[in-house]
Design a protein around this ligand. Structure first.
Ligand SMILES: Cc1cc2nc3c(=O)[nH]c(=O)nc-3n(C[C@H](O)[C@H](O)[C@H](O)COP(=O)(O)OP(=O)(O)OC[C@H]3O[C@@H](n4cnc5c(N)ncnc54)[C@H](O)[C@@H]3O)c2cc1C
Length: 624
């Protein structure tokens, strides 16, 4: 049943008994406003949906930068903040009666475990870390560390160590996983480019080519096999492993333009990938200088990077160039915790946990009514960081469904294994290799448990795991995370996904098989094994994603299905579903979007509100 404005206000007052942000009186007054005035109705409140890292970063930037008098309400359905960031401190308890062994504490990650400090979004994240006062808590992994240098691919039945420097490149040719790949790469040089254009073009042809370059897309597998003239080794042995590591994704479905956009651009400009590195433009008959739009885009990206560098300072930027990844002693959860504390201390923010949003409706007076499990909130606009498919079910009027539900997402089994140091006996270390971990490509046939890869957490961030009781032991527990499923389980209905028990059995079998970890250590009662099924946890940008997002952007701005644009200026989209899944990208895009909203709110009532959150994916209107 829809509520009238006074009821909405009442609900809000119940929600905030001390300070109702929209009074019943102001709502009554609004009913007397003319239609056009109604559209400008203001509540001074912005609701942020979702308390994962994207929602938190949005709320924080809004709270810090909005003009005085504006308020933010963050709505999160769980009783905690952080979304997929899920760090947990656990104890490894010695067997009863053993007095000489000290308990050990391990930090388990159910979601992201580390962040890269480079690139534009990496720098935006560093700025956030600094502003939260947790800079000194960062655990930095230098690029020289074994865990930064040593990465492995399991193929066909052994660990192949990938080269970590130019001098190690020759050893690459001996790796089984590279067999056939080098030949494919050499063939790439002469493979025709899909962007090769005739020497002179009529305006009609120009338009057709522009459409082709901007609207078409291809799967990662399709792109690579086309470029290497039908070969599959590069795609199946190497790139599929990398995509398992980042997206738990299937290269047959992921969009090359979204995921590996630089490859698409390289083919466009240089006519091939090898050509870019081997031929200077003047000797490359296929070279076509980037058009004015591409040049402008690159310039924008460069400026944004320079601004981010300037903000952080040269010294920090240079120091961070030596760092591979970082996290915190209490894991990634320190980030949402610190943001939560900052929001808690801000006067203009209300954080509602345990509060689920069940509908978003545009009320008669032009405000947005956000229906939640604790009542209805009336606000000016909404920043949604919910998964796109979740948001799709809430909107009234709806946005074109195919743009919000056109992607897919991965179900990933995450199994943390922590083996206490006292089980190692005389050994210095348990694992036969040292490094970041290994990935399993799709070309490995014998993989019934759908193993995507195993991360050697204790090699990357041993400082997270500490002996308790004042022990000075140099040894720390061996901590591994086994990732399973994703691409391997994409056709399984939800109720047929493996049980917790099956996840644990699969993970144990994997570390025995791939890493020779003895069975008895895994079965020892003091070894801790925690399994979680993370459902729909990583969005897949499937083929067509860039165009779907560009159309969604236009649908919000210009309307659709003959409707005017009901959500224009009322809904902005942030979060992993749209513009990047890494924690860095989530934070950078959320911060940019919040900044655009701040600018619109600062300009005042007369200014046009048009932030959608998807601006970086916009395409020229005439092409769509
Ligand atoms: C296993 C795993 C490993 C990863 N590893 C890394 C890594 O090492 N490095 C890296 O950079 N990235 C990694 N990622 C990706 C990254 O962690 C996520 O993409 C990112 O955390 C997503 O943040 P988000 O805020 O956009 O979404 P979410 O974290 O999904 O937040 C959305 C929030 O909305 C809430 N919500 C949903 N529905 C409602 C509703 N109806 N009402 C109110 N609230 C609602 C949810 O409870 C949730 O808190 C990993 C992800 C996973 C799952």
């Amino acid at each position: 049943m829809s509520r009238s404005p006074p009821e909405l206000a009442l609900a809000l007052r119940q929600l905030h008994p001390r300070r109702g942000w929209l009074t019943a009186q102001s709502c009554r007054l609004r009913r007397h406003l003319s239609c056009s005035q109604r559209l400008l109705a203001k509540t001074d409140t912005i609701v942020v949906l979702g308390g994962g890292i994207s929602g938190l970063a949005s709320a924080l930037h809004l709270s810090r930068s909005l003009p005085k008098g504006k308020k933010v309400i963050l709505v999160e359905k769980e009783n905690r903040l952080g979304g997929w960031i899920q760090s947990e401190r656990r104890r490894l308890t010695p067997p009863a009666g053993s007095t000489e062994i000290q308990e050990e504490a391990v930090l388990l990650e159910g979601g992201p475990r580390s962040i890269r400090p480079t690139g534009y979004s990496g720098l935006v994240m560093l700025d956030l870390v600094r502003s939260l006062g947790i800079w000194d808590r960062m655990l930095l992994v230098p690029k020289t560390a074994a865990s930064a240098r040593n990465r492995f691919i399991w193929y066909p039945d052994l660990l192949n160590q990938l080269p970590s420097s130019l001098t190690a490149l020759p050893s690459m040719f001996r790796l089984p996983v590279m067999k056939g790949v080098i030949g494919e790469l050499l063939r790439e040089f002469n493979a025709p480019s899909r962007f090769q254009r005739p020497k002179s073009e009529s305006p009609g042809e120009k338009h057709r080519w522009a459409r082709r370059e901007l609207l078409e897309d291809e799967s990662v597998e399709g792109f690579l096999t086309r470029r290497v003239r039908g070969g599959t080794k590069l795609a199946h042995n190497i790139v599929s492993a990398v995509m398992h590591g980042i997206y738990a994704g299937d290269i047959r479905r992921l969009s090359v333009r979204s995921i590996l956009g630089f490859l698409w651009e390289t083919e466009k400009v240089h006519g091939g990938l090898l050509r870019r590195f081997l031929l200077p433009p003047r000797l490359n008959s296929r070279h076509r200088p980037p058009g004015p739009e591409q040049i402008a885009l690159k310039a924008q990206e460069r400026e944004a990077l320079e601004r981010a560098q300037e903000k952080l300072g040269k010294q920090v930027v240079n120091e961070m160039k030596q760092i591979s990844v970082y996290s915190f002693p209490e894991g990634m959860q320190e980030l949402p915790r610190a943001i939560g504390e900052a929001l808690g201390a801000a006067e203009n923010v209300q954080v509602l946990t345990n509060t689920s949003c069940s509908a978003l409706r545009i009320a008669d007076d032009g405000c947005v009514a956000v229906k939640t499990s604790s009542g209805t909130i009336v606000c000016d606009r909404v920043v949604s960081s919910l998964p796109a498919a979740t948001l799709n079910a809430l909107l009234s009027p709806a946005l074109p469904e195919q743009y919000l539900t056109g992607g897919a997402s991965a179900n990933v089994g995450v199994v943390n294994i922590a083996i206490p140091s006292w089980l190692l006996g005389d050994r210095k270390r348990l694992l036969k290799v040292e490094g970041f971990g290994f990935l399993v490509p799709r070309s490995v046939n014998e993989n019934k448990d759908g193993i995507l890869g195993v991360v050697f957490d204790s090699d990357s961030l041993p400082a997270q795991d500490v002996p308790l009781g004042g022990s000075t032991s140099a040894r720390t527990p061996t901590k591994l995370t086994v990732m399973m499923g994703g691409a391997h389980w994409q056709d399984l209905p939800r109720d047929q996904l493996p049980s917790q028990k099956a996840l644990i059995e699969g993970a144990k079998a994997a570390v025995v098989r791939y890493l020779d970890v003895p069975h008895e250590m895994l079965d020892d009662p003091s070894t801790l094994i925690v399994a979680r099924m993370q459902s729909d946890c990583i969005p897949w940008y499937t083929v067509g994603h860039p165009v779907r997002m560009a159309k969604l952007h236009r649908a919000i701005l210009d309307g659709y299905h003959g409707q005017e644009a009901p959500w224009k200026g009322r809904l902005a989209l942030v979060g992993a579903s749209y513009t990047g899944v890494s924690v860095n990208d989530c934070v950078a895009r959320a911060t940019e979007t919040a900044q655009k909203i701040v600018e619109e709110e600062t300009r005042g009532a007369g200014s046009e509100r048009k932030t959608t959150g998807l601006e970086i994916l916009a395409l020229p209107c005439g092409l769509l």
